[in-house]
Structure formats: structure tokens, C-alpha cells
Design a protein around this ligand. Structure first.
Ligand code: ASP
Length: 281
């Protein structure tokens, strides 16, 4: 918990322009993304460059993965290059267990399958803190494909630990059994933060059986239900947003939306995490 507070404080200082960026000059980071990513991948790259690190971005398509090299051997290869930091995103849940004790380079998890997305959670928490000043006691609602969302799984764990009351809503087949369900309308009426989540089509075995319009009417934020939200409540989304599915097009950048602020915070949070990890190296 202290570690989280420390990283969030540093991130806020970076955000406020109070911290010196040039603290990791010349250290080498390799960004290994085995799954597509825009926000996470490029905000890590921007964070590294702001910290004056040298950045190598791995391209799966032009690598020996194409010659059937395994995930493990690819990571071991980068580890042997003698670099300072690996940022890894993988399809595989808890991929880091396979690496534990077998590589020397420090690793930051940039998302593993449906399990965890720790830096997303940190930037979500920073965004909420900037709004309310605290997390404890806040009512936070996550809506959508909870079951396949690593963002939901990370947030459920960490936000509860920080004392928030976390609720979930969405289609029955995408709910987690051990989280507290609330119907969307009740959640909008009572929660301070509403985190909308993308339907994770790429992780489904069964075909998604609903039109986007029907999904938006039942489980999205739309012009009919946004009026239920509390006065000072906010809408968040980790992105990418499917406009007119999770959120109606005209509401993505509405006055309650903090979606682009989350993106901005992503850079500062990732700078803080990198700095925390490499500071005493
Ligand atoms: N960008 C987030 C993730 O990587 C959310 C999403 O893709 O829906 O998990």
C-alpha cells in the first residue's frame, strides 16, 4: 500500500511539473507487446523517453516468433542483451510466473490475458484521486464484460484494498460471481465513479449474441440513462472505446467523462512506476 501511495505521489508531481524528468538517462527499456495496444504501449514509450531512457520496441511480426520461437525464449533473449527494463504484455494469464527466478531484468506487467493490468489500475486510481481527493468509501461501478477484462480484475482487487465499495453490472454471462452486482440504473443513481468496459470480443469462445444498439440500450451509457448519474460523478473507460456500444458517441467526451484525462495520467503513472523500479538500480 505504501508503494502504491509513493508511486501515485510521484506521478502527481510529474503531472504538476514538479519533478525532474531526466533521471534515468541512457538506461535501456525494451517494450515487448505480444498483443495489440495503443494507449499502454505508446504511453510507456513516451514515459521512457521523458525519463531520457533508450527505447527498443519489439515487433512481433518481424521477430523470430514468426519462426515459432516461444514467448519464454524471446524474453530470455532480451534478458541476455543486458538491458535495464522489460515492459511485457502477453495473451497468457500470469505469464510472469513462467519467468520468475529465470531472468535478471526487471519487468513491468503491461497486461496479462484476462488477469491483471496493474498500471491501468494505478492510472484509474490517480484519476479518481484527482477528482475526489480520496478513494476510501467511494462507490465505484464497473460495467460490461467483467469476466474477460483484466482491467476489471485488477481494479476489483486494488480498489477494494484501498477501501472503495466496488460494484459490477453488465450482461449476465460476463459477470464475476464473487463481485457485488447492481442493476445499471441503480448503480448510476448511487455511484461516484462509473467505469465502462469494452466487450472483449477477441477473448470470447461463444459468439456475441446482441446487436450493438441493444447492448448500448441495456448496458451502455446513453442519452436516456446519463441523467440518472449523481451530480459530481464521473465516467471512465480504459479504452479503446467502441462508440455507440459502451458509450453513445456524443457522450464519450461529455462533461462527466474523464477518458482523455486517464490517457494523460497514463504517461505520468508509467513514468512513476519505472522510476520507482529503477531508482536504486
Ligand atoms: N486497453 C485495455 C486492456 O488492454 C482495455 C481493453 O482493451 O478493453 O485491457
Amino acid at each position: 500500500m505504501e508503494e502504491i501511495d509513493e508511486m501515485l505521489e510521484t506521478a502527481q508531481m510529474f503531472y504538476d511539473g514538479k519533478e525532474d524528468y531526466k533521471r534515468l538517462t541512457g538506461k535501456i527499456a525494451c517494450n515487448l507487446f505480444f498483443e495489440p495496444s495503443t494507449r499502454t504501449q505508446y504511453s510507456f514509450q513516451i514515459a521512457e523517453e521523458k525519463l531520457e531512457m533508450k527505447v527498443i520496441s519489439f515487433n512481433k511480426k518481424s521477430s523470430s516468433i514468426k519462426k515459432n520461437e516461444s514467448f519464454f525464449d524471446t524474453v530470455k533473449t532480451f534478458d541476455s542483451f543486458g538491458i535495464d527494463l522489460l515492459i511485457i504484455r502477453s495473451l497468457q494469464n500470469e505469464y510472469y510466473k513462467e519467468l520468475a527466478g529465470k531472468i535478471k531484468t526487471k519487468v513491468i506487467n503491461a497486461g496479462d490475458g484476462t488477469s491483471n493490468h496493474p498500471t491501468q489500475s494505478l492510472l484509474d486510481i490517480l484519476t479518481i484521486k484527482q477528482e475526489f481527493g480520496f478513494i476510501k468509501g467511494l462507490k465505484i461501478l464497473m460495467v460490461g464484460d467483467i469476466l474477460h477484462s483484466r482491467v476489471a480484475h485488477s481494479n476489483l482487487k486494488i480498489m477494494k484494498r484501498l477501501g472503495a465499495k466496488v460494484f459490477i453490472s453488465g450482461p449476465n454471462e460476463y459477470l464475476e460471481k464473487d463481485a457485488i452486482f447492481i442493476p445499471l440504473e441503480d448503480g448510476l443513481l448511487s455511484c461516484d465513479v462509473v467505469i465502462m468496459l469494452r466487450v472483449q470480443f477477441e477473448r470470447h469462445d461463444k459468439k456475441f449474441n446482441m446487436s450493438f444498439q441493444e447492448y448500448n440500450e441495456k448496458f451502455g451509457i446513453n442519452s436516456k440513462n446519463i441523467g440518472f448519474m449523481k451530480k459530481n460523478s464521473i465516467i471512465m473507460h480504459p479504452g479503446p472505446v467502441n462508440r455507440n456500444v459502451e458509450i453513445s458517441d456524443n457522450l464519450v467526451e461529455c462533461e462527466k467523462s474523464r477518458i482523455l484525462k486517464q490517457v494523460k495520467n497514463g504517461v505520468f503513472v508509467r513514468m512513476a512506476v519505472i522510476e520507482y523500479l529503477l531508482r536504486n538500480k
